[in-house]
Design a protein around this ligand. Structure first.
Ligand code: ADP
Ligand code: MG
Length: 474
């Protein structure tokens, strides 16, 4: 390609940018390259099929016009997908060379993992999905009491056929950190795409905000519908990070469009829909209208099973790695936090074992995981529980607490409950107000200050509150 061609290309890009604006330009054209100019035909490449079809259907004429403004000999613009680039960007964690060596199966580069067989991952990439970890599949997800329902629902969604009626929509999974939400959501994506029935798109809320939405925003309503048509299942992880009024409007729009079109939506978040404070009521109720499942903390039994599964997986790569059952039992008992810490604990034993050659013993485990053993995590207290316990203690009903009644026998318990909600949960004042019958945040603030002031002088009240706290945290 000549320098003159390159210079024309630079001018074409500038021209395009001024025509469509910076946002649109960077969404669609930033990764477009000039491949060749031959006999009036310009060949341009983009990294994904999705970009290609989007540019073709929305900007083909514009791009051609920009070229013709520079070079009148140009009569045609051809768009191709750069497949080599595509391969190396699909799955940063997978090794493409292995993919061909073992016939389409690939393993990840981590110590702990196993070969998987999945559908064409480029489908996922072409739609602009977030990267997937090949280890996070249904096969590696251990089922126990705390996650049975979530796992079953996720499996149902992943295996559903296009013609099946949608059973629950959206499927909304919530839990504390490290309890397997991302694992389940990615499992749905892998399994769904491997089945090939419906395209499954996995997006973190962040990716949704900065990729998907900004791309959609530049399009017409019609184009938006067209983009959604390609998606059978939309999976959004960490919804609590969705921020900004206009992003939320887009989210609401997407959610409604998909659900109304009978497409499946799957969501994970660290809190229930009712606690997503920044979302408006309609979205919250739409989110709560499907199936909402909470995953509880991993029980000791489940932790032990996860550890056993991890050791087995590790042994595929490190056959000499052996962890005696009492050591696993010890870790399961003491490292109580979450799946991530369990993994961390095992990785340390593995590293120690590999580097020093010493066998894994209870003594070594005690030393290695000492800092992962933390005092019992404070229990997540729910506002409903606070209302229930306070109502019982003061012998009023929960609806009294939420009502607008101002008689003394309700006012004080209500203030106590609001005070506890503020001190025992991470909820904001407006959220607490809403959960107490739609009160203003200043009312909540007043209640909190009031009780704070009283407990300093009123021993009996201070004692009452201590008892309530203890009941709630047990
Ligand atoms: P979350 O998204 O809820 O914060 P993750 O899905 O990232 O949690 O899980 C944290 C770690 O724990 C991951 O390595 C995950 O594979 C593991 N994990 C959690 N629950 C399970 C489970 N039931 N079976 C196997 N691994 C699990
Ligand atoms: Mg997660």
């Amino acid at each position: 390609m000549s320098n003159a061609d390159q210079e024309s290309w630079s001018r074409v890009k500038e021209h395009l940018r001024t025509e469509v604006g910076d946002d649109v330009y960077s969404s669609w054209f930033a990764r477009m390259d000039l491949e060749a100019i031959e006999e009036g035909a310009v060949r341009l490449s983009v990294p994904t099929r999705f970009l290609k079809s989007w540019i073709q259907s929305h900007y083909a004429e514009r791009v051609l016009a920009c070229w013709q403004a520079q070079e009148d000999k140009v009569t045609r613009v051809e768009l191709i997908v750069r497949s080599a680039v595509l391969k190396s960007t699909i799955l940063p964690k997978a090794k493409p060379d292995l993919a061909t060596e073992n016939g389409g199966r690939y393993t990840n580069g981590h110590g702990i993992g196993r070969a998987l067989s999945v559908g064409d991952p480029s489908v996922h990439e072409a739609l602009g999905g977030s990267p997937l970890d090949p280890r996070l599949t249904f096969d590696t997800f251990v089922v126990g009491r705390s996650n049975t329902l979530a796992q079953a629902a996720a499996k149902q969604v992943a295996g559903a056929k296009r013609s099946d009626p949608v059973m629950f929509n959206p499927l909304y999974i919530h839990s504390g950190v490290g309890l397997g939400k991302t694992h389940l959501l990615q499992a749905v994506t892998w399994a769904g795409n491997a089945a090939g029935e419906r395209k499954v798109l996995y997006l973190t809320a962040e990716k949704f905000m900065y990729g998907f939405v900004s791309a959609l925003r530049t399009q017409t309503a019609l184009a938006f519908k067209e983009a959604l048509r390609g998606i059978g299942v939309l999976v959004i992880d960490d919804l609590q990070f969705l921020q900004g009024k206009s992003t939320q409007a887009e989210f609401c729009h997407t959610l409604n469009a998909l659900i109304d079109a009978g497409r499946q939506v799957v969501i994970a978040s660290d809190r229930p829909p009712s606690d997503l404070e920044s979302l408006d009521d309609r979205v919250r109720s739409r989110l709560a209208g499907g199936l909402v499942v909470e995953m509880a903390a991993l029980g000791e039994e489940l932790r032990l099973e996860i550890l056993k599964a991890r050791v087995m997986a590790a042994r595929a790569h490190h056959p000499a790695f052996d962890v005696p059952l009492p050591v696993l039992g010890y870790i399961a008992k003491t490292v109580t936090h979450n799946g991530r810490d369990l993994e961390g604990a095992l990785n340390r034993l593995l590293a120690h074992n590999k580097l020093t050659g010493h066998a894994v013993t209870l003594e070594m485990a005690e030393r290695e995981v000492r800092d992962l053993i933390r005092p019992q995590e404070p229990k997540r207290v729910k506002i409903e529980d606070i209302q229930r316990v306070v109502a019982r203690q003061y012998n009023v009903s929960r609806s009294d607490l939420l009502s607008s009644r101002r008689t003394a026998n309700v006012v004080r318990p209500r203030q106590v409950a609001m005070y506890l909600a503020k001190t025992l949960t991470l909820r904001s004042l407006p959220e607490i107000g809403r959960r107490f019958g739609g009160r203003d945040h200043t009312t909540v603030l007043h209640a909190v200050r009031k009780i704070e002031g009283l407990v300093g002088n009123d021993m009996a009240l201070a004692e009452e509150i201590e008892i309530l706290k203890r009941q709630l945290q047990e």
